[in-house]
Design a protein around this ligand. Structure first.
Ligand SMILES: [Zn+2]
Length: 476
């Protein structure tokens, strides 16, 4: 999950009050809370956890709510990595809508936390536990909504599919990838809503914006490697793999890839401009112009987050080299992590790196990611999803009913999410988290992870209205 940095957005005194308090239904809240608690207390880490157990717990709840057994599947490549796929039958032949969330969480050690990370706790208006924010709250919102709609006898205008999956955070068995390869028909949809992106942002208690993630950068690691004959370090010669690598990295440090602005980031810059003041606001407006203003690009490039939104970045992240304190190094290697701007050709990035390194002896190779069966995963460009009017409309309508005036801001993630697998498979995917997160209190992947109790309950209310609006005939 990746979000807009709060410290860059200075709310210009705007307050988006809730129009009507989200209908408070204590029984619904209690049930949603129980689902969140159950999910947090099932350890789903890659090391010792079981996504299967979480999938089975959700399956049981769906079956109890009246979903027919044939429409609730728990399946996956290994005993611990089974995904949940449920189909809510609807009324027409229109293509289904897919909703995704990941069930796995990053590792959490008891000694690093002030509480037990795998015991649900409520304190000072927050729910605590590993995955509270990333992203078991989102999973619980989806499960509660499916159960609630089913119980009410609601009939969507087409099938709704829920997929809660494994290994988004790491591990060898990414659930979305597995489903697309092995059982595409289970999750085939006109488009997908991913709750793992597109956060609603609030700053010091004030709602600021509702994100809509429609694009993301592509991840690729390259190795820069220098090799020499080596020798005794008491008689150093002209060649030294470590110096050669260091010089190459300095050239890389001083290089910037060309800036790009696409439809998503243009609209993001424009919307952000109205939420900020002063030079930053002017620069954001300048970057949104066609063509963008050079001075604006230059100013924004000085800020890491905007720089990442404007271009491909490649940065040294790891070093290996030498084999003994008293020997000349025979090898020195750096890992260079690239985040490729959507639409740029990954092969071209390697060519550019070779040109920047400017040393024919330096080897530049793509460090391929491998699937569990040892096959290299190709680095391919992920097209941004075109903003579908019906999604945008349902999103805006639902937000307007709950937080009038809250702007919808399309975003491009600088990191990667499961949305990429679906976008590559041709399924437009939109990150909509359905709930507010505090911009200054992001503890995902960190210590004492938490989510606001009221934010979660508002999310439960939003998810219900949003999914209903998306799948009701009169909304279009
Ligand atoms: Zn996540």
């Amino acid at each position: 999950m990746r979000r807009i940095p709060g410290w860059l957005l200075i709310s210009a005194g705007m307050v988006f009050a809730r129009a009507t308090p989200a209908q408070t239904n204590p029984a619904i809240h209690q049930e949603a809370r129980a689902i969140l608690q159950q999910l947090i207390e099932i350890n789903t880490t890659d090391s010792v956890g079981s996504v299967t157990k979480a999938s089975e717990a959700v399956a049981k709840r769906l079956l109890d709510a009246g979903f027919p057994p044939g429409d609730v599947i728990v399946a996956g490549p290994t005993d611990r990595k089974k995904n949940l796929v449920a189909r809510y039958r609807g009324g027409s032949q229109r293509s289904p809508i897919l909703f995704i969330g990941h069930l796995d969480v990053v590792e959490a050690r008891r000694e690093d936390w002030s509480l037990d990370p795998f015991r649900f706790a409520e304190s000072d208006g927050f729910f605590y536990g590993r995955g509270a924010r990333d992203m078991k709250a989102g999973d619980a919102i989806l499960v509660e909504t499916f159960i609630r709609l089913k119980r009410e006898g609601y009939r969507p205008d087409r099938d709704l599919i829920l997929a809660l999956t494994a290994d988004e955070e790491g591990g060898d068995y990414n659930g979305v990838d597995w489903l697309l390869k092995e059982h595409k028909d289970w999750i085939d949809a006109q488009y997908c809503i991913n709750l793992d992106a597109g956060e609603f942002e609030k700053l010091r208690g004030k709602p600021v914006l509702a994100g809509l993630q429609a694009s993301e950068k592509i991840y690729a690691d390259f190795h820069l490697e220098a090799t020499n004959p080596g020798g005794h370090s008491s008689v150093p010669g002209a060649e030294n793999a470590i110096y050669e690598l260091a010089a190459a990295l300095t050239r890389l440090e001083n290089f910037s890839f060309p800036a790009h602005v696409n439809d998503i980031t243009r609209s993001y810059f424009l919307q952000s401009a109205s939420l900020t003041t002063g030079q930053l606001s002017t620069d954001l407006r300048g970057a949104a112009k066609q063509p963008p203003e050079a001075s604006a690009i230059q100013h924004l490039s000085g800020m890491p987050y905007y720089n990442s939104l404007l271009r491909t970045t490649c940065v040294a992240t790891m070093l290996t080299g030498g084999h003994a304190p008293n020997a000349l190094p025979q090898m020195a290697r750096a890992n260079v992590n690239c985040r490729i701007f959507p639409g740029e050709d990954p092969e071209q990035i390697q060519t550019t790196l070779e040109r920047v390194v400017d040393d024919p002896k330096m080897k530049v190779t793509l460090a391929e990611e491998k699937t569990s069966d040892g096959k290299a995963i190709p680095v391919v460009t992920v097209p941004p999803s075109p903003l579908l009017p019906e999604v945008l409309q349902a999103y805006s309508t639902t937000l307007a009913a709950m937080w009038p005036g809250l702007p919808v801001v399309p975003t491009m993630s600088t990191g990667a999410s499961d949305g990429k697998y679906l976008r590559l498979a041709g399924v437009p995917t939109f990150g909509i988290a359905c709930m507010f997160f505090d911009m200054e209190d992001d503890r995902s992947h960190g210590r004492d992870e938490r989510v606001g109790v009221q934010d979660f309950y508002d999310g439960v209310g939003f998810g219900y209205r949003f999914i209903k609006t998306l799948s009701s005939e009169p909304s279009r």
